[in-house]
Ligand binder design. Structure first.
Ligand code: FAD
Ligand code: NAD
Length: 473
């Protein structure tokens, strides 16, 4: 295999970042590229602002509005070299300090001085990339819990192409249903959407779909719109359990006021191409089973670790027991390693897998890297048997997460929010006003000015026109 040493023309340490999501891009934005040679590896050439992804399938917000090319972030690093490989990391090799990568494109490698250097890799070529430090931020993948049929028939909502797939399926089903007579069970099936998982992804997606049906579809296909039935199926007795009870109950009441059918204590156990089987555990302990025919199935039951991460569990003895992600110490250093850090959803640091956590971890880690460079601790760290002691003795504080709260959109221009600073709560509410708070805060969280501009434009457009809900676009 070809071995690439990112930069041998200077003595700066090579930092390889895996991913272009919340953790990776936030870290890239903050790392001082004059002190490190920075290389980013990710099969996805853009950052995705996930909080607004549920608005995309029905075109409330355009897919292109919430993505931003990696190069936009890389080119801002004027004082150093930043390279990008459009490639998938297939294995981390701690014994050789390399990452095996597989190119997904015939890409060039860009650098900070806007020089274009070819990586020499063609599509499907593999190579090993040497690192002095590795920052793993590959996120997680949708969890199906091994439930039969989910992979084959369910649609997820984690990446931009998932949004396109949901729109295509739903609009195609509307078209097919329109050819069938009213009362035909096949028409009813085609117009049934089942969203599995009452976490924020499921709730927000169901709310957005219902908005489209109530606000747009109703105007030009009123009888079809009336027959669309969205089910939101949740195994636990509550939805949105990360919120306090008052807010999650309010959320349930908003959903029930629309025609969304909320099915609590109901777990989906089997999925076939046109129906699924779900079991409801009632308060008295009895269990009933139902068969729900569906046209569109959206699976939003949370995440699990990616193969590249589970593969690393086997290679580092201290990670042998890891399941959900890489166990990290209070400096976000992967336990059992001296030079692999993990942030975001692929790290288990005791916090929820959220963008907020990934972002704060990335900012913290960039500060750790600043200290390492300022005090030139590279050699000491790599030879010490207790890396955390080296960091502590040199004034590197442990990572401290400050919870700034949670927000969720419910549909019908209603949202819930709990805004905090650590343990202090500043605002708790639900309703129309909170919907505007939600909009303002989400726009402020977007990582690029272009994307922020586009999202605001999409919302202004929505005040005057219907959603851009085109099947093939
Ligand atoms: P990601 O952002 O998922 O990034 C992972 C990156 O790694 C991607 O670029 C991916 O292409 C890349 N990658 C994958 N495999 C490889 C590989 N083998 N090699 C190299 N690169 C790889 N959190 C909030 O705090 N607030 C919200 O409102 C919110 N809304 C959300 C809405 C939705 C629909 C979803 C799905 C999630 C939401 N989250 C929200 C959660 C948040 O998106 C995640 O916690 C966050 O993205 C985690 O960041 P990350 O960097 O760990 O992973
Ligand atoms: P989640 O893990 O938060 O929720 C998944 C839900 O699916 C759970 O409530 C679970 O009980 C349910 N479930 C699991 N298996 C089931 C089955 N077989 N049948 C029925 N229900 C089943 O997942 P998510 O909503 O994708 O969120 C993932 C992460 O991203 C979380 O940390 C979340 O906080 C974050 N996120 C945040 C926001 C926001 O802040 N607005 C939005 C989306 C995601």
């Amino acid at each position: 295999t070809k071995v690439i040493s990112p930069n041998t023309s200077n003595s700066k340490p090579n930092v390889v970042i895996l991913g272009t999501g919340w953790g990776a891009i936030s870290f890239l934005k903050h790392i001082d590229a004059s002190k490190y040679n920075v290389t980013v590896v990710s099969p996805r050439s853009f950052f995705l602002f996930t909080p607004l992804l549920p608005s995309c399938p029905v075109g409330t917000v355009d897919e292109k509005s919430i993505i931003e090319p990696v190069v936009s972030f890389a080119l801002k690093k004027k004082n150093g070299n930043v390279s990008y490989y459009e490639a998938e990391a297939t294995s981390i090799n701690p014994e050789r300090n390399t990452v095996t990568i597989k190119s997904v494109n015939n890409v060039s490698n860009i650098t900070g001085e806007s020089k274009e250097v070819s990586s020499g890799l063609k599509k499907d070529d593999t190579a090993e990339l040497k690192y002095d430090y590795l920052v793993s931020a590959v996120g997680a993948e949708p969890n199906t819990f091994g439930i039969p049929g989910v992979k084959e028939h369910g649609l997820f909502l984690k990446e931009i192409q998932h949004s396109l797939a949901i729109r295509k399926r739903f609009i195609a089903n509307v078209e097919k249903a329109n050819l069938l007579p009213k009362g035909d069970p096949e028409r009813k099936r085609l117009l049934t959407i089942v969203v599995v998982g009452g976490g924020p992804t499921g709730v927000e997606t169901a709310g957005e779909l219902q908005d489209y049906v109530d606000q747009d579809l109703k105007r030009f296909m009123p009888s079809i719109a009336e027959e669309v039935q969205i089910h939101l199926v949740e195994a636990m007795p509550v939805i949105l359990n990360m919120f306090e009870k008052k807010l999650s109950s309010y959320a349930a009441s908003v959903l029930e006021k629309t025609t969304i059918k909320l099915q609590l204590r109901t777990a989906v156990g089997k999925v076939e191409a046109d129906h699924l089987i779900a079991k409801t555990k009632h308060a008295d302990g009895s269990v009933t089973e139902q068969n729900i025919p569906y046209g569109t199935l959206i699976w939003a039951t949370g995440n699990k670790a990616r193969p590249i991460v589970t593969d690393l569990f086997k290679k580092i003895p201290e990670q042998n027991e890891s399941r959900r992600g890489l166990a990290v110490n209070s400096n976000l250093l992967v336990k059992g390693s001296k030079n692999i850090f993990a942030i975001g959803d692929n790290a288990v640091a005791g916090f929820a897998p959220t963008a907020q956590v990934a972002h704060q971890e990335a900012e913290y880690l960039a500060k750790v890297f600043e200290k390492l460079a300022a005090k030139n601790l590279h050699k000491e760290l790599s030879t010490s048997s207790k890396p955390e002691v080296v960091l502590e003795n040199n004034g590197v504080n442990p990572f401290k997460y400050i919870h700034l709260g949670a927000l969720a959109y419910l549909g019908a221009e209603r949202a819930i929010a709990n805004i905090t600073y650590g343990k202090r709560s500043f605002y708790t509410g639900g309703g129309l006003f909170t919907f505007y708070v939600w909009r303002v805060l989400y726009v402020s969280m977007i990582l690029s000015a272009r994307s922020r501009f586009k999202v605001i434009s999409d919302w202004i457009k929505l005040a005057f026109f219907k959603r851009d809900c085109f099947k093939e676009l």
